[in-house]
Ligand binder design. Structure first.
Ligand code: SF4
Length: 211
């Protein structure tokens, strides 16, 4: 017999960063970082997240207990919780459980590369208020050279998300990636995104700090 407890998704918690403003969502947000990512970006600043970094598995109720201290800030500024990582949508089932028990006034943001199975995007579309998508580059060759992943999967998931939640609930980050793309490539990505209906883009440069 499967108990209710055994179907509960757990979140591999790496860190919690409170009282963030204007970096990853509207108002005051708390960034909750989880372990794991399917991509292998050359300039990833979170390499330790990609290996089996020790993470504490927490339930939705346990996480709520830790972040509810900022309830008033979230309510008064239109903020909430930003799930990041790593790849937040690897934990879409957990986010859905958390959404059910957290105050309905909180916004839930997800930072994602969309390099995940469609099922995860379907689940997230029902519980995430706003998506912050790091597309890397819309060109398949540049994308796979930089991430080791498949741009077509990301694009198919992005099209699905646009159809399901609407472009107003999506911001796409378009980085200039040293050694991988150029300003002209960035402009091409932005044009392709606009053609898909995305108006919210964040065009910026990666700053590389080699260890
Ligand atoms: S998607 Fe983000 S966390 Fe994953 S490898 Fe790329 S930079 Fe690192």
């Amino acid at each position: 017999m499967v108990s209710e407890k055994s179907s509960e998704a757990l979140f591999p918690l790496l860190s919690i960063a409170r009282l963030r403003m204007g970096t990853d969502g509207t108002g005051v947000t708390t960034l909750v970082a989880g372990a794991g990512c399917p991509l292998r970006c050359r300039w990833c600043i979170n390499k330790k997240l990609l290996s089996d970094a020790p993470a504490e598995n927490v339930s939705a109720a346990e996480l709520l207990d830790r972040v509810k201290i900022d309830d008033l800030y979230f309510r008064t500024t239109g903020g909430g919780i930003t799930f990041g990582g790593g790849e937040s949508l690897l934990h879409a089932d957990f986010i859905a459980q958390f959404r059910k028990i957290c105050p309905s006034e909180w916004n839930i943001y997800a930072e994602t590369s969309l390099a995940v199975p469609r099922k995860a995007v379907e689940t997230a579309s029902g519980c995430v208020s706003f998506f912050i998508v790091d597309c890397k580059d819309m060109n398949s060759g540049i994308y796979s050279a930089y991430t080791g992943g498949d741009a077509e999967r990301m694009k198919a998931n992005l099209r699905y998300l646009i159809e399901t939640v609407g472009p107003q609930r999506i911001l796409v980050r378009v980085p200039r990636i040293p050694e991988y793309n150029t300003e002209a490539d960035q402009k091409r990505s932005v044009s392709e995104l606009k053609a898909l209906g995305i108006e919210n883009t964040d065009v910026f440069d990666y700053i590389i700090r080699e260890e």
